[in-house]
Design a protein around this ligand. Structure first.
Ligand code: SF4
Length: 280
């Protein structure tokens, strides 16, 4: 019998690469172990992403900065904030980011896809993922595509982040096949700083990222098989304690997570709202 393809998204692969135990809690153990409370930074990120999706759903002539407060309010996610004052401050900051960001966009230019699902199969993977935006741009040899990913964290990003992102590379690999146009450029648009971190892949560098994803898929299949054959799930999916434990949804269910410093659900947003010493 041929091996079944491993069905995956970037977050499924990334979850295992970050920590096999976290992968197990998310995708293998049923019922899913209880998660901690929602994080305010996830609410903030989701609110901004949805506002941008809805911005592009407007007719081009209505893509005006005045539309942003309604868009942001309409799909604002309220979970995780310390109190109403913090939530209001986060809303105002998000609106500032969006106002600055849309100034950089040409309302007449339609992206090829917004929150567009792209899917592709290899000999190992059946990959699907939702790209924030897929742009069609003119290149030296005709139209080409670019993958755009929005970021709302406190820290800026550089071209190494764009180059190293497996998710962006897999989106590019899939988009090239779905739309039958070259897609080598990947971009991280960091709204708080208004910066764009970009990388131009080559066919070889995309192939390397796909191959890495396939290796991860093989590791996951082997771990799942070991458990199915009676192996110890804790051994098959080991913990990898580190700074990520502080922000892990399953830290309360995980023996390693209990050792990690605790943070309030709104701690990361507090940092976003508080300029660091030396910030302009
Ligand atoms: S708390 Fe840490 S070790 Fe445990 S599952 Fe989460 S990331 Fe992994």
């Amino acid at each position: 019998m041929p091996e079944r393809l491993f069905v995956c998204t970037p977050s499924k692969l990334g979850s295992y690469e970050d920590c096999p135990r976290r992968y197990r809690y998310s995708y293998v153990d049923r019922p899913t172990p209880p998660k901690g409370p929602p994080w305010a930074h996830n609410s903030l990120g989701a609110s901004v992403h949805t506002a941008l999706r809805n911005w592009f759903a407007l007719p081009a002539e209505r893509r005006l900065p005045e539309a942003l407060p309604t868009l942001l309010k309409g799909t604002w996610v309220r979970e995780g904030y310390r109190d109403e004052a913090q939530e209001r401050a986060a809303y105002r900051r998000a609106l500032e980011w969006l106002e600055s960001y849309v100034e950089t966009l040409d309302p007449a230019v339609e992206p090829l896809g917004v929150e567009r699902v792209v899917a592709v199969k290899t000999s190992v993977l059946a990959f699907n993922g939702r790209a924030d935006r897929i742009d069609s741009r003119s290149g030296p040899d005709g139209p080409e595509l670019a993958i755009v990913d929005y970021k709302t964290g406190r820290t800026g990003l550089d071209s190494d982040d764009a180059r190293g992102s497996q998710a962006l590379a897999l989106y590019a690999f899939a988009a090239e096949r779905v739309f039958r146009r070259p897609c080598r450029r990947v971009e991280l648009h960091h709204l708080p700083s208004g910066t764009v971190a970009a990388h131009e892949h080559t066919p070889e560098s995309l192939a390397r990222q796909v191959s890495r994803a396939e290796d991860t898929a093989r590791d996951i299949v082997a771990a799942e098989r070991a458990v199915a054959e009676g192996g110890d799930p804790d051994e098959a999916f080991p913990t990898t304690p580190g700074p990520i434990c502080t922000w892990c949804d399953f830290r309360r269910s995980c023996p390693a997570g209990a050792e990690a410093p605790t943070k309030d659900p709104w701690a990361a947003v507090d940092r976003v709202l508080t300029p660091a010493a030396g910030d302009a």
